[in-house]
Write a new protein. Structure first.
Length: 632
């Protein structure tokens, strides 16, 4: 027998064999792993929120209004009638949403109701409903990262997504507002942009865009960005024709069907803030124009780019000429006074640089890291097919991060879209660790890589800004650097004074606080704008106002009453036929009236002055509310 000099491979150790089995399982059974990851995440969130679920703590005004919509629909209100008749009665509040997000909540309520009763069904449904879009987002994230980074890197992406506090906040129990679904559909759009099959890609992008528009216009910039990406891909490469044709046709059909099935009665008018004839016409025209230009002979990229620009200009001209009331104005359509007194105080509608560092740092850490990672990935892979796949993801991340300088309400999407780039960075760290032989075993190396990046992300997401810097804004930092302001002094050690605003915001919307008020006969309450939705959720009462822009007149009436003289307040309150005035001192909205109108009706009322047309109603001694009956 001839000796070849070749030595048989050394037998693998148990650790190596287990690592290879683990790698193979993670790479090939990604759907199962993602599902298990989702189940584990959901279980942890439900455990963390069990107390809030028990007390039905729908903390956001929109969550309360979404629940009211579902409850009223199940109680017999029409499919296309989304008016909330217990706000500003008798005509009610015009709510510009659609029934699409109501469907899973209503389905869960009906499924649980026969087994646990109505009240528990409400709790279970509102706790579980946000988990459904979270699953879709997890799956789409896994799809994107498997294509762009590595077959097994999606586990890193899912772990990093848990560090995206603003994004994960949209999928926590009781967060039943529509933002969670819009985030999931946005991730589906990104997955569609990376899909190699042209027809499937076009359909995914179009369907997710249409569903997002049916829900609301919050993601309109991303929908337009995705359409531009499809069109520019075709301009660069004629082989993208099938993708763009499918995208245009599916988008036009899906938008039309979505409008016909889900648009409420109030959205059949030419309104600017929802999927109405305005946006149905504009979006459908733009989509069909993209289909049409693919049939024009154009072999050179410059010629195709010119066609894309002509199609975009034609759709824009249609929008401007047919709907001039929407062009050049805020889509909310509110008067300047309502914007100045009310909307300008909505924190999520302000840019990130107008917020203190304690808000800016945790919000911007992951978007910054992920955007840098995405751009680095595209640069390192330049000249390859993979770079072209990274391009839309990188530009989406950059675009989303830039939108933070417009409004911080885009922070959940900015954080989510940054995860692929952050995953690429973590994976690079892992490969460096493995190549350098610094640690034994791939699993330990991957864990160290994840911890290295996640540690930075999590640290940025924690409240690590020192107290003396926490309330500073970007403008303050510049003023300090240029010597126009002094650095705040460090806080004196000792017992901190209670934050009355935080305490009021936490106590006033609770079931125990509103229970004594709920025992009164049904009545109309003149209360804080942000308190209206919660009041009608937990009691059988009606309220005058709520934070919904189409109803700006009732909002302005509330602003004028609380900021004006007692006589002005009396006239406004009587005009709304309110039976009671209900205030919660120190709530965020209340502090605005106290600061900006210190001599106004609200400030005087909270300080103990009671005009002769009001009578104080006694509440339990520990109640955070003050209640007054209006004299007739």
């Amino acid at each position: 027998m001839t000796d070849t000099g070749l030595q048989p491979p050394a037998p693998l150790s148990l650790v190596d064999r287990l690592e290879r089995m683990f790698d193979r399982f993670v790479a090939t059974r990604w759907k199962l792993v993602t599902l298990l990851f989702w189940i584990g995440t959901a279980a942890v969130l439900l455990y963390q929120k069990q107390n809030a679920i028990h007390w039905f703590a729908l903390s956001d005004t929109d969550d309360n209004m979404r629940f009211d919509q579902v409850r009223d629909w199940l109680g017999g209100q029409g499919w296309y009638d989304l008016r909330q008749y217990r706000l500003n009665p008798p005509d009610g509040f015009n709510i510009h949403w659609s029934r699409l997000v109501d469907l899973p909540i209503a389905g869960l309520i009906l499924a649980f109701q026969p087994f646990v009763g109505t009240q528990q069904a409400y709790r279970f449904a509102c706790a579980l409903a946000p988990m459904l879009p979270m699953l879709l987002a997890f799956l789409m994230m896994a799809v994107v990262v498997r294509r762009l980074v590595s077959k097994g890197s999606y586990v890193v992406a899912l772990a990093l997504l848990l560090c995206a506090g603003n994004a994960m906040g949209m999928w926590t129990p009781l967060r039943i507002d529509h933002h969670g679904w819009q985030l999931a559909f946005l991730m589906m759009t990104v997955a569609g942009l990376t899909e190699p099959d042209m027809r499937r890609s076009g359909a995914m992008i179009a369907l997710s865009s249409a569903l997002s528009l049916v829900i609301g216009l919050e993601m309109l910039p991303y929908v337009a960005f995705a359409g531009a990406a499809v069109a520019l891909h075709w301009a660069w490469d004629a082989r993208e024709t099938q993708r763009m044709r499918t995208y245009g046709l599916v988008l036009a059909v899906a938008a039309a069907l979505g409008f016909l099935i889900f648009a409420p009665n109030d959205n059949w008018r030419a309104v600017c803030d929802a999927l109405s004839p305005v946006w149905l016409t504009t979006v459908s025209a733009a989509a069909l124009l993209l289909v049409a230009i693919t049939f024009v002979p154009a072999r050179h990229p410059a010629a195709r780019l010119a066609l894309v620009l002509v199609a975009g200009a034609a759709a824009g001209a249609l929008y401007i000429l047919a709907f001039p009331q929407c062009f050049g104005h805020r889509l909310e359509g509110i008067p300047p006074e309502a914007e100045r007194l009310w909307l300008s105080h909505v924190s999520e509608a302000r840019p990130i640089y107008l917020h203190p560092l304690s808000t800016l740092v945790p919000m911007a850490t992951l978007p910054f890291i992920g955007t840098v990672g995405s751009l680095m990935a595209m640069w390192r892979l330049r000249g390859t097919r993979k770079a072209a796949e990274w391009a839309p993801v990188s530009l989406f991340a950059l675009f989303a991060t830039a939108l933070l300088f417009w409004q911080i309400r885009t922070s959940p999407s900015a954080q989510m879209l940054a995860v692929p780039g952050a995953t690429w960075l973590a994976w690079r760290i892992y490969l460096r660790i493995e190549a350098g032989g610094w640690v034994p075993g791939r699993t330990i190396g991957a864990a160290l890589a994840l911890c290295a990046l996640a540690g930075v992300v999590v640290a940025g997401g924690l409240d690590i800004v020192p107290g003396r810097f926490a309330n500073l804004k970007v403008a303050n930092l510049w003023a300090i650097a240029t010597g126009r302001e002094k650095l705040p002094k460090a806080a004196v050690p000792g017992k901190k004074a209670p934050n009355l605003t935080r305490l009021a915001n936490r106590r006033c919307p609770t079931i125990p606080a509103l229970a004594p008020i709920g025992k009164l006969p049904p009545a109309t309450f003149f209360t804080l704008i942000d308190n209206g939705p919660r009041l009608i959720t937990l009691t059988h009462h009606r309220a005058v106002a709520g934070p919904y822009h189409r109803n700006w007149q009732a909002i302005l009436d509330t602003e004028h009453a609380f900021r004006g003289t007692p006589d002005q307040a009396h006239a406004i309150i009587a005009g709304h036929h309110a039976d009671y005035v209900l205030i919660c001192p120190h709530m965020s909205e209340a502090t605005i009236y106290e600061v900006e109108a210190p001599g106004g009706f609200y400030a005087k009322l909270s300080q103990g002055f009671v005009p002769n047309w009001l009578t104080r109603v006694q509440l339990p001694a520990n109640s955070p509310y003050q209640l007054f009956r209006v004299a007739r």
